[in-house]
Design a binder for this molecule. Structure first.
Ligand code: 5AD
Length: 362
């Protein structure tokens, strides 16, 4: 088993069955070595810097109806909102003052008529904050829309593929959605020139270890600049809200440690990639005053990005992707000192650089 960690470190890839063995491995010594190897690679590339991105939950209106997601179209129990351009710019100004140099506009899938608003917002952010990067995370859109947003100044796009297995994809999404279209969008984003992020949920309903291996192989081939991995957390007002969380292959799994393993595997496969310690991970493992939480554990497993919430506090409740989503303290733009303090305890610090993807020769 330890040979696998060494092989992955050296070759940056494994055979499907070898990835599977690592995923199911419960030998603490091996897991410790995996995290250590990944952490060393991240340290070597990024030092003690953790990049921060201000996450702006731009809208919870969504045309789609994903079976796991709290802002799905059919959930009538939330108040819908879209931030105005002025509100977005105000959040950016506050975020800029706090030190953020990347703004991530995340939201549901708005109708195409909203393209002009999105375009205008991208251009306005770039104009008001020329030294900042704009990342979009607005789901599947027309090819032309992606092009327009890019021309308006957005240079990064996050679109998780959610699962690389078409049958599994169909269990998580309504019939009008397809994995094929999701993958098409990812290809287009890359072709247009976005730094592109993808990823998936760990422990999503009906997921198997073989599915996760398919996700790993896909990410190894696609080579995204950013990789977002977080545990699935049920949302009560969704069709999958009653699904028992924490199962893989229908048996209980520790999805926090599985997420951490995956962070390490991806760090070793794609050393330059930008990997956040996600809010979902911090939500499932909040930690305590003297106990590292999911965010810190993610970093110690090789993550190098955190994305605190800089949305107007009044809308945070309505952007409920899953139950209990953390949006305060170290998960919020107002809580940067808390974050700084928590990071310093594990030997890291916040970097306010833009933190663009920059590949190294080796
Ligand atoms: N649990 C965890 N993550 C979720 N997301 C959506 N719903 C959930 C959930 N119930 C994730 C999806 C999406 C991202 C914005 O949030 O992976 O891509």
């Amino acid at each position: 088993m330890k040979g696998l960690v060494r092989k992955l470190s050296e070759k940056r890839s494994l055979e499907a069955g070898e990835y599977r063995s690592l995923l199911v491995c419960d030998d603490d010594e091996v897991i410790g070595e995996l995290h250590e190897a990944a952490r060393a690679v991240a340290r070597e590339r990024f030092g003690d810097s953790i990049w921060i991105r201000g996450l702006l939950e731009f809208t919870n209106i969504c045309c789609n109806d994903c079976l796991y997601c709290g802002i799905r179209r059919s959930n009538r129990k939330i108040a819908r909102y879209t931030l105005s351009k002025d509100e977005v710019l105000e959040c950016c100004a506050r975020g800029y003052g706090a030190g953020f140099r990347t703004f991530v506009l995340q939201g549901g899938e708005l109708p195409d008529q909203s393209d002009r608003l999105i375009e205008d917002i991208c251009a306005s952010i770039r104009k008001s904050f020329p030294d900042c990067a704009v990342t979009l995370s607005l789901g599947e859109r027309q090819d032309e829309s992606y092009e327009r947003f890019f021309r308006a100044g957005a240079t990064r796009y996050l679109l998780r593929h959610e699962t690389r297995n078409p049958d599994h994809y169909a269990m998580l999404h309504p019939p009008e959605m397809s994995l094929e279209h999701r993958l098409h969008c990812l290809d287009r984003l890359k072709e247009i020139g976005y730094q592109t992020g993808t990823g998936f949920m760990v422990g999503s309903p009906f997921q198997t270890y073989d599915n996760i291996v398919e996700d790993i192989l896909f990410i190894g081939g696609f080579r995204p600049e950013m990789i977002g991995i977080g545990p699935f957390i049920p949302h009560r007002n969704t069709p999958l809200g009653k699904y028992r969380a924490g199962l893989v292959d229908h048996v209980p799994a520790n999805v926090v440690s599985l997420t951490l393993k995956l962070i390490s595997i991806f760090r070793l496969m794609l050393p330059d990639s930008l990997i956040p310690a996600t809010t979902a991970l911090a939500t499932l493992a909040p930690g305590g005053p003297d106990q590292p939480g999911g965010r810190e554990m993610g970093i110690l497993a090789g993550a190098n990005v955190v994305m605190p919430n800089i949305s107007p506090p009044g809308v945070r409740e309505s952007y409920s992707l899953y139950d209990g989503k953390a949006a305060s303290g170290a998960e919020s733009g107002e809580g940067l000192e808390i974050l700084e303090e928590r990071l310093s305890r594990i030997g890291y610090r916040i970097s306010t650089d833009r933190g663009d993807w920059s590949p190294r020769e080796n």
